[in-house]
Design a protein around this ligand. Structure first.
Ligand code: PEP
Length: 257
């Protein structure tokens, strides 16, 4: 069995205002117990406007729920209207930040260069990147999913030293499976997650590759999570829609039950 602690993370996307966020995290905290936290790490990625409220709740009640942001600026500060910097997220004690989510790539034109710069910005401020990679439907239909996803990985990890890369979380999210109800088969997920680990071993070494957690994301639900988590190179899930229902997210966290 792998020594990697699974990371079950809820990407709330642009949902839940700060009051709803408080209620949601309280529900999770009420339902989850030490037994859950011993088995998996639980994290939420709320919108920026919720982070202060989530931080106050987590700190105040000493909750074992980690939290992070859905994006980070590549810049530390300055004239970048609408962006949120690494120092700001670090001040809010964010543990994680999603970088290169397919919705950022699609709607905000984020390419490998900007994704790589954001990965470096996160590390500079002590925040662990959840680096999202994955192919669109055309690429999948052409059978080039591994090649495409590894090229994204290479681009994002360019000039990232091993001391940093060893803590990264990679989320393999086939774009055709995000928010579509179309889940990749466990074998599809394993094929690419296994290839990602192989490439990490080539870029760094096997010891580092064995430490890195690789999540699957794309229409994960309580009904399909166990089969996906049973794959040897899948170490967690990045959950979108299903993470908005606290009861459902708790069931996903308890995928072993
Ligand atoms: C996501 O937003 O990263 C995601 C995987 O969404 P969903 O679970 O809704 O497909």
């Amino acid at each position: 069995m792998s020594s990697r602690t699974p990371l079950m993370a809820g990407n709330w996307k642009m949902n839940l205002n700060h009051l709803e966020a408080i209620a949601h995290v309280q529900k999770l905290a009420f339902a989850l117990s030490d037994k859950d936290y011993e088995a998996v790490e639980v994290a939420v990625l709320p919108p920026f406007t919720d982070l202060r409220s989530v931080q106050t709740l987590v700190d105040g009640d000493k909750l074992k729920i980690a939290y992070g942001a859905q994006d980070i600026s590549a810049h530390d500060g300055g004239a970048y209207t609408g962006e949120i910097s690494g120092p700001m997220l670090a001040k809010l004690k964010c543990s994680y930040v999603a970088i290169g989510h397919s919705e950022r790539r699609q709607y905000h034109g984020e390419d490998e260069e900007i994704v790589g710069a954001k990965v470096k910005a996160a590390y500079k401020h002590g925040i662990t990147p959840i680096l999202c990679v994955g192919e669109g439907l055309d690429v999948r239909k052409a059978g080039n999913q591994v090649e495409h996803t590894l090229a994204q990985l290479d681009g994002a990890l360019k000039d990232v030293p091993a001391e940093q890369a060893e803590s990264i979380v990679i989320a393999y999210e086939p774009v055709w499976a995000i928010g579509t109800g179309e889940v990749a088969t466990p074998e599809d997920a394993q094929e690419v997650c296994g290839a990602i680990r192989g490439r990490l071993a080539e870029l760094y070494d096997q010891e580092l590759a064995d430490k890195v957690r690789i999540q699957y994301g794309g229409s994960v639900k309580s009904g399909n999570v166990a089969a996906i988590m049973a794959q040897p190179d899948v170490d967690g899930a990045l959950v979108g829609g299903a993470a908005l229902d606290a009861d459902e997210f708790v069931k996903i966290v308890r995928f072993r039950d």
